[in-house]
Design a protein around this ligand. Sequence first.
Ligand code: SDX
Length: 452
Amino acid sequence: MEFSIPACIGESDDYSISRTCFMSTATIELDGKIQQLPIVIGSEGEKAVDISDLRAKTGYITLDDGYGNTGSCQSNITFIDGENGILRYRGIPIEEVAQKATFIETAFLIIYGHLPTRPELRHFSDLLTENQYLHEDMKYHFQGFPTRAHPMAMLSAMINAASCYDDGLMHWQWGKGKQFEVYAARLLSQVRTIASYSYRKSCGLPMIYPKKAYKYTANFLHMMFSMPYEDYELKPEVVHALDLIFLLHADHEQNCSTATVRMVASSQANLFASASAGVCALWGPLHGGANQAVIEMLQQIHASGDDGSRFIEAAKDKNSNKKLMGFGHRVYKNYDPRAKIIKAASEKLLKVLNLSDPLLEIAERLESAVLKDSYFIERKLYPNVDFYSGIIMRAIGIPLDMFPVIFAIGRMPGWIANYKEIMEDPHGRIYRPRQVYQGPAQQSFVPIEERG
Ligand code: SDX
């Protein structure tokens, strides 16, 4: 397969996908026939062979276990250069966004494609405030859950339940009027309320309503930790640290949960149904559940008195069924830029709160040992976003099983933006991968009497 002259790149506005013009092709020979397949070149120089017509032209499909080499879409939202540890939201480096923006500004940037002007930010914040209450009947749903129900199970279920209280959402057709901005704000706002209610339910505590005067992250902490007789003390450093955690999780191109949201959206299911599916995909310990698994790993190492070396050896042993949680990434083959920011923020928050956490010391010891270990170096395994985030959440007092929920709140803007992008794509098609069948050849039905 050779690559000839590079393609030109079509211009695009904020809301449409850059459509590349095809001026280069890849040549492929199958069953003695030569085929030309278009080359797509992204705005940052990524190269792809467009195989949309491969089966029609050749009868062949491609096979790519885990989609490691397959692009499901062209997108304008987030750029990752895994080899160089680069992450940009709508072109802005994550380091700048983390230093200069709030989570809500970042959410607007990711969803609408540009940093908000003051009036836009005001309007967006007003929509979040107007949509932060759940329908009062939602309380009965929470009462139906067992106390020990995992908050991710409640989150996924209650996002769908919340949509049942708005007929307009159920029967919403994309592109009709302003509903998108209302429903997007409602989902982003109510995910906080649902999450905090899930936590209160698990502790047998009364639900705390949001306060109009509080900004997004402060309101979440208020709903999580205030009591009817006393408001939670909102320390600016704590609010900022959690806002940073949300911001750093806001989008990450076609990760497992975002790809799930797009899969569901491609059938033209509604925004809440798509996000609810994203929560389920995120829950797995290989994905958003890793932040909980990292702390459980560090606690296990701490309790065993191991200095970490025994666990590292186990993680290298394929038969141990252990992995170094919080390390490795499908895309980053370098240090995850978010992990660097979170590590520094966790050290800073512990110092400000005058706390020490033995798990942070273990984590830093593990990192130092692993980055010198040939097994991890050869496989380019570095700390990812989940390795240090739990340290901050522990310092704030967020319980372990809420860690993936915090990830889901942070990732909501990315899911909403990807939903919008797929809905706005005039060429959008339902996602329906093919397969290579390896099952039994045709056989007849055997009646039960003859089955032995
Ligand atoms: C997130 O995609 C995203 O963008 C995700 C995310 C986002 O923002 O949405 O960044 C968030 O999910 C981060 C990842 C959180 N998960 C973990 O920390 C779980 C631990 N990590 C691994 O399970 C793993 O690294 C993955 C799942 C993250 C990536 O898996 P891949 O790409 O399928 O890599 P692989 O399993 O094929 O590993 C390649 C090699 C294997 O060894 P060999 O077969 O080559 O000998 O590396 C080894 C693996 O065994 N390996 C590890 C390891 N991760 C990979 N060995 C020990 N410990 C690990 N953590």
